[in-house]
Design a protein. Structure first.
Length: 95
């Protein structure tokens, strides 16, 4: 999976995915690659957000914001969750 980026042609957040294709004996044949829009994820986050005044974000373990229920913009994709917030969430998750 590549980094999430803003596609200026479609005005949507996108991600590139790639999967190798090998023969049964392990030889590399090629790869299947696709460029996917994250707008369905943004729509899902928006419908799952409990309060209109709050937001629901999808972030990586490094704090990179992939999608948000609040908005979608090139600037949002450049933002990072504050380290302290991320550490607190990860500590809670690991219980």
């Amino acid at each position: 999976m590549g980094n999430v980026y803003w596609d200026s042609t479609t005005s949507r957040p996108m991600v590139a995915l790639g999967v190798p294709s090998n023969t049964t004996d392990g030889r590399f044949l090629g790869a299947l690659a696709a460029k996917l829009s994250l707008m369905p994820v943004v729509s899902s986050l928006h419908s799952l957000a409990l309060e209109r005044s709050g937001t629901l974000d999808l972030v990586t373990l490094r704090g990179e914001i992939l999608a948000s229920s609040s908005s979608t913009s090139p600037g949002l994709l450049a933002e990072r969750m504050p380290r302290g917030t991320l550490d607190g969430l990860l500590a809670t998750d690991r219980g």
